[in-house]
Design a protein around this ligand. Structure first.
Ligand SMILES: *Cc1c(COP(=O)(O)O)cnc(C)c1O
Length: 378
């Protein structure tokens, strides 16, 4: 089955008793037992809930994994994955990580005794010297955020698995519609489902998919024991959102390419970061490894003084954190998503104070281009 079909069919046919096409919201905390030592398969909604189960099985099928698990947020998903590790363990992680992940790793996880090396995975040669007997895993985002660097997943996975490392991929930006890391040999894929999976800027949630029953069991234990689960209503919103993921992404990425071209020729713009532009260093790799270029782009304007003015002038594109929803959003990594990354680290990575990140939504591209055009008129 094509992925677009699988997406639409998520949750369909699961409610055998009524035949409901839309998976019902089982808004219940607990379930009556048919008798002593007997269960309907559901006992308590932290452990399992039918609406959540439909979502978990759905994302598992889409990513091509063995077990899917839902969490209260992307960060809860990432923290739950970190609970697989023990104090003293070392992880190799992307250097331009989502700011919240950077904060989690450098504060709570560091306090818990985990250690991290931040690496540019576009240069795999640096990897070897960083692996120690304590190194347990690689945690990677591709495209990276906000600079849209593309990492060669196949090469990274081969190298890491040779060394016995677990490979964890944050697939939030591309979703299984464009990129399926488990099929390339990754062990875990995770999402901020708040973004493209939910797709409507109306729910915060996270998802994890494992490629083995064993890892899936461990994570299901953590999910139940630590309890960072989403409620049934939020699970339903994600099921609802997923159905249109293919059309949403196709439309949004076509608009993103158009806006990237528009911005690139604009005199107020210094640089555009979009993997769909042929001179982007990850263009060929992205074509080979993913089913498209996504709908996220970043651009640098000529001066920092222009930033507040542009943000004020934009009418359709909202100045707001987050991404991947129907509404176009623009963020300023310097003070928003990446504010917790130390300024010297930001500069070293190339995240400048002139950089804006655009999540291209589903408004008509003519209107988005006109909005950017009037906001950039100086
Ligand atoms: C938003 C985001 C997260 C965190 O997810 P929340 O749902 O906001 O907790 C993690 N990784 C990436 C790439 C994100 O964009």
């Amino acid at each position: 089955m094509e992925l677009a079909t699988k997406l639409v069919q998520v949750g369909v046919g699961r409610d055998e008793r009524t035949g409901a096409i839309s998976m019902p919201v089982y808004q219940t905390a607990t379930f009556r037992h048919p008798g002593l030592g007997r269960s309907t398969g559901f006992d308590y909604s932290r452990t399992g809930n039918p609406t959540r189960q439909a979502l978990e099985d759905g994302i598992c099928n889409l990513e091509g994994g063995r077990r899917g698990l839902a969490f209260a947020s992307g960060m809860a998903a990432i923290m739950s994955v970190m609970l697989l590790f023990r104090p003293g363990d070392h992880l190799l992680v992307s250097d331009d990580l989502y700011g919240g992940t950077y904060r989690l790793f450098t504060t709570l996880c560091a306090d818990y005794g985990l250690t991290f090396s931040f690496l540019d995975f576009t240069d795999l040669e640096s990897l070897d010297h960083c692996i120690t007997p304590k190194t347990k895993a690689v945690f990677v985002e591709t495209p990276t955020n906000p600079l849209m660097k593309i990492v060669d997943l196949k090469a990274l996975i081969n190298l890491a698995t040779q060394k016995g490392l677990l490979v964890i991929v944050d697939n939030t930006f591309f979703t299984p519609y464009l990129q399926r890391p488990l099929e390339l040999g990754a062990d875990l894929v995770l999402h901020s489902a708040t973004k493209y999976i939910g797709g409507h800027n109306d729910v915060v949630a996270g998802l994890v998919v494992s490629n083995s029953e064993e890892l899936g069991e461990k994570l299901a234990f953590i999910q139940n024991a630590a309890g960072a689960i989403p409620g049934p209503q939020d699970c339903w919103l994600l099921l609802r959102g997923m159905k249109t993921l293919a059309v949403r992404l196709e439309w949004a990425q076509a608009s993103a390419l158009r806006l990237a071209r528009f911005l690139r020729q604009h005199p107020a713009v210094k640089k555009v970061y979009y993997p769909g532009l042929p001179d982007h260093p990850g263009y060929d790799l992205c074509r080979k490894q993913a089913g498209g270029f996504g709908a996220m782009l970043s651009f640098e304007v000529k001066s920092m003084e222009m930033v507040p003015e542009i943000l004020k002038r934009l009418r359709i594109i909202s100045f707001a954190e987050s991404l991947g929803g129907v509404e176009s959003l623009i963020t300023y990594p310097e003070t928003q998503t990446h504010a917790d990354v130390p300024v010297e680290v930001r500069r070293r990575l190339g995240i400048s104070e002139c950089l804006l990140r655009l999540s291209v939504g589903l408004e008509h591209p003519d209107d988005l281009e006109a909005d950017l055009s009037q906001a950039l008129e100086f």
